[in-house]
Design a protein. Structure first.
Length: 219
């Protein structure tokens, strides 16, 4: 879209310049109306191209932000080298003796079996009894259709030596490390199980998070 706008903008600018030259060279030929129109079109096309560029840059910046942990580079390097850093400045209220080791953007993923529509064996019959008036004879039985619906909640993950804490004003959760029974990477996300409860989430630099979690659990 941006490339197309730039190409047409350049072509419009060239035609506009030619019309200006012709109008100056041949005063009796009045082309100023077309010149004004083409000038407006040219400005609009370049403005649109610039807007598309800024939107793309904003999306890229947001993507980078989502994939960048809220930690200093030395903390990230420490995990990559097999060491657990001490991370400060997290919003989690730590208990006595508790230390944060990982802090990053995360998205909680919840898949539910929910009603997605209704279907029936018959729609019934409507009988016209007067102009603009009809009555229904009723329809066949209908039933609710269920399907899997995935909901996502953007927040942050804090991993400490005692807990995994997902920070979100509605869908937050806390999972004690001592209660973990399984940790499984699934399709770009992590599934952690603590007894009968299961939590799935994606986290920035999942490879580092899994490494840090492995070091915390000692497994």
């Amino acid at each position: 879209m941006r490339i197309v706008a730039i190409i047409f903008g350049i072509l419009a600018a060239i035609v506009d310049l030619i019309l200006v030259i012709v109008s100056i060279a041949v005063p009796e030929v009045s082309l100023w109306g077309w010149i004004v129109v083409l000038t407006i079109v040219t400005v609009g096309l370049f403005f649109s191209a610039n807007k598309v560029k800024k939107q793309k840059e904003a999306r890229q910046a947001a993507q980078v932000s989502r994939n960048t942990p809220f930690m200093e580079e030395n903390a990230i390097s420490a995990i990559a080298q097999g060491e657990l850093p001490v991370v400060t400045g997290t919003p989690v209220l730590l208990e006595e003796g508790e230390v944060a080791h990982y802090y990053a953007p995360a998205t909680k993923i919840v898949t539910k079996n929910k009603a997605v529509g209704r279907t029936g064996s018959g729609a019934g019959v409507r009988v016209r009894v007067a102009k603009g008036v009809s009555v229904s004879t009723g329809g066949g039985s209908s039933r609710t259709v269920y399907g899997e619906v995935t909901e996502t909640y953007s927040g942050a993950i804090v991993l400490t030596n005692r807990r995994i804490v997902f920070i979100h004003n509605q869908a937050g959760f806390e999972c004690k490390i001592s209660a973990l029974t399984a940790v499984t990477p699934v399709d770009g996300s992590v599934v952690v199980q603590a007894g009968s409860k299961t939590y799935q989430f994606s986290v920035a630099r999942q490879d580092l998070f899994v490494s840090a979690l492995s070091m915390v659990t000692g497994k």
